[in-house]
Design a binder for this molecule. Structure first.
Ligand SMILES: [Ca+2]
Length: 186
C-alpha cells in the first residue's frame, strides 16, 4: 500500500515537472523568427575616447580604459570633474543601439553621475539626443542601472555627456556598456 502511494506520488511529481517545463519554455515571437535576436552588448566593438582623462592616463589604475573593461570592480576616475565632460564610443561600422548601462563606483556616492544625455552621430559632428536624464542617483555601490529608448537608426558615434555629478569635484564610474536592441524588442 505504501509503495503504491509512493509510486503514485512519483508519477504525479513527474507530470508536474513536465507541465512546469512546458510553462517555462521561452516564448519566441510567432512571426519574424528570422529577424529575432537577443539584446547584445556591443561595447567591445567600439573604441573609447574621453575629453577629460585620469591623471595617470587611459591605462592607469583608474584610467578611462577601466570604464569599458567589463569589470565592475575597476573604475574610471577624474579629478577635477568638468561639466562639459563626455565619454565617446566610436564604431568601425554604423551600429544600432537602444540601451545602455551605467555602474556606480565602489565608494563616495557624491562622485556618481546625476545629469546626462546620451547622444549619437553619423559623422562625429552633428549629434542627436537619444536619452536625457536628470536628478539620477545610485542607491548602492557597484550598482548597474539600465536605460533604454527607441532607436532603429545605426550610428558610428555614441556619446554620454555628464553635465552634473552628486557633489564635489571628482567623478567616477565603474562601467559604461551599450546594447544593441532590435526594433521588435524595444
Ligand atoms: Ca570597470
Amino acid at each position: 500500500m505504501t509503495i503504491l502511494k509512493i509510486a503514485k506520488g512519483a508519477i504525479g511529481l513527474c507530470a508536474s515537472i513536465v507541465l512546469l517545463m512546458g510553462c517555462l519554455k521561452e516564448d519566441y515571437p510567432s512571426t519574424e523568427l528570422f529577424t529575432w535576436k537577443a539584446k547584445v552588448d556591443v561595447t567591445d566593438k567600439a573604441v573609447l575616447s574621453v575629453n577629460v582623462e585620469n591623471g595617470a592616463g587611459a591605462s592607469g589604475a583608474e584610467g578611462s580604459s577601466k570604464v569599458v573593461d567589463n569589470n565592475i570592480n575597476t573604475k574610471f576616475l577624474i579629478n577635477p570633474y568638468r561639466n562639459d565632460f563626455y565619454m565617446q564610443l566610436t564604431f568601425p561600422q554604423p551600429q544600432q543601439v537602444a540601451s545602455y548601462t551605467l555602474t556606480s563606483g565602489d565608494d563616495a556616492p557624491s562622485r556618481d553621475p546625476k545629469d546626462w544625455k546620451f547622444s549619437a552621430s553619423t559623422d562625429g559632428n552633428t549629434w542627436v539626443d537619444l536619452d536625457v536624464k536628470t536628478g539620477q542617483s545610485f542607491a548602492d555601490r557597484k550598482m548597474t542601472k539600465t536605460f533604454s529608448f527607441k532607436n532603429k537608426e545605426a550610428y558610428r558615434y555614441y556619446r554620454i555627456s555628464i553635465s552634473a555629478i552628486g557633489s564635489g569635484s571628482l567623478f567616477q564610474l565603474s562601467e559604461w556598456r551599450i546594447i544593441e536592441v532590435p526594433e521588435e524588442l524595444q
